[in-house]
Design a protein around this ligand. Structure first.
Ligand code: PLP
Length: 396
């Protein structure tokens, strides 16, 4: 147990459990006020830290997985097949059959999965789901990226492949279509987009007279940020469209990633060197990297706090804070006319839990350690850093 952030070994991520739980509880309460039945599927690809998966399970979430590796990881973290929502094209036949047989929610994405269904043993009925293709330009032009914002996921009603899949499922006595999946993320993340995407699914349900158990509306929500749509706004949007078609009794499944993980993780780095290259420019080298918190190399600034021990440092005109790799462009942010940074100072980055740890390459410096912060503000190590020996363990 470590009581002070200054005593953590950097670089490290810090998992804020209270914040993580606040997101899950917030979304759950919002759904409960509109729907009799709902599920939250924690999007594993957004942050697959085993401790976070285990906590999400404790708080009653399902694991939303999009590959056989994620499926296996969720199983190792304590999720039973019936606690798993299995999506995406990268299922293996073995995990697919196990998931369908043991009662996972399985949303079919590819034609090979339809073929695999014939291998299910006879004598009972299996529930399966189907992903519906969504073109944002067709359903909500204001939220679309151009006039043909199509998707490579799901079966398309426009092309007839959705109808073919339905026919295939209906032709087998052992199969029952139990739900539709419509994950699509609009840049706006607006409730209006969800109202319309749910309405487009409701139209398809009506068109084919489908008798379903659930509608899985996927992810793509804002988290708990000021002045942004709330979980309640999204739940209301789903409800409005389903109610219009008399479908409000369907179980609603959401698959938030970003909304639950972004604010639940911080990253702490330390200044390891300071250089002056001309009369005004100082480079501040830290043991963090853009690879840790900006794996797409797109961010220009962060929700950061600079932890300096004393308050009477001279002011420096230009300080460029850089990472620890050998990439010239591993530069995180620039400080103008601010107190001089020195070796040993720490930089804390907030809101860095989504699509960071799962996308970090093993480049130059391997994965950092992870601490959790408990409700009393104490820190505990929950994952050590990865090391050269871990890589050698894979070597044959
Ligand atoms: C990525 C993904 C999510 C999570 O998306 P966020 O934008 O992080 O909320 C949910 N469902 C599916 C199928 C996904 O591929």
């Amino acid at each position: 147990m470590i009581q002070n952030i200054n005593h953590l070994t950097t670089p490290c991520f810090i998992f804020d459990e209270a914040e993580f739980e606040r997101g899950i509880t917030g979304f759950r309460d919002a759904l409960k006020s509109y729907f009799n039945k709902s599920k939250i599927g924690y999007s594993v690809k957004t942050n697959s830290l085993p401790y976070a998966l285990q906590q999400a399970h404790r708080y009653g979430c399902k694991a939303e997985v999009v590959s056989h590796d994620e499926y296996r990881l969720a199983r190792l973290c304590g999720y039973e097949p019936q606690d798993i929502i299995y999506n995406g094209p990268m299922k293996s036949r073995e995990t697919f059959i196990e998931a369908v047989t043991c009662g996972a929610i399985v949303n079919i994405e590819t034609k090979r999965e339809l073929q695999w269904l014939s291998q299910l043993s006879e004598g009972r009925v299996y529930n399966i789901g189907l992903r519906l293709n969504i073109n944002i330009s067709h359903i909500s032009p204001e939220d679309a990226d151009g006039d043909d914002d199509n998707s490579r996921f799901g079966f398309s009603d426009e092309s007839g492949e959705f109808a073919e899949a339905i026919d295939y499922i209906n032709s087998s006595l052992k199969l029952r279509l139990a739900g539709l999946h419509i994950h699509r993320t609009a840049h706006s993340r607006s409730p209006r987009f969800y109202e319309r995407s749910v309405e487009s699914a409701a139209k398809v349900i009506e068109k084919y007279g489908l008798k379903l158990d659930y509608l899985d509306v996927g992810g793509g929500y804002f988290g708990i940020f000021p002045n942004k749509p709330t979980f309640s706004d999204y739940a209301e949007a789903f409800y409005k469209s389903l109610h219009l078609y008399g479908l409000e009794q369907l179980e609603i499944i959401v698959e938030p990633g970003n909304a639950l993980t972004a604010s639940g993780f911080k990253f702490l780095s330390e200044v390891i060197d300071v250089k002056r290259v001309n009369s005004k420019t100082r480079f501040i080298t830290t043991d963090g990297s853009r690879n840790d918190i900006d794996p797409f190399f797109k961010k220009t600034d962060y929700l950061k706090e600079i932890l300096i021990s004393d308050n009477n440092r001279p002011i420096e005109p230009l300080q460029i804070v850089t990472g620890c790799t050998c990439l010239e462009y591993d530069r995180l942010f620039t400080l103008k006319d601010s107190p001089r940074l020195e070796v040993g100072d720490q930089i804390l980055y907030n809101n860095v839990g989504a699509y960071t740890m799962t996308l970090s390459p093993q480049f130059i410096r391997l994965w950092p350690r992870v601490y959790t912060i408990d409700l009393h503000g104490n820190y505990h190590l929950i994952r050590r850093e990865s090391r050269a020996a871990d890589i050698m363990n894979l070597n044959i």
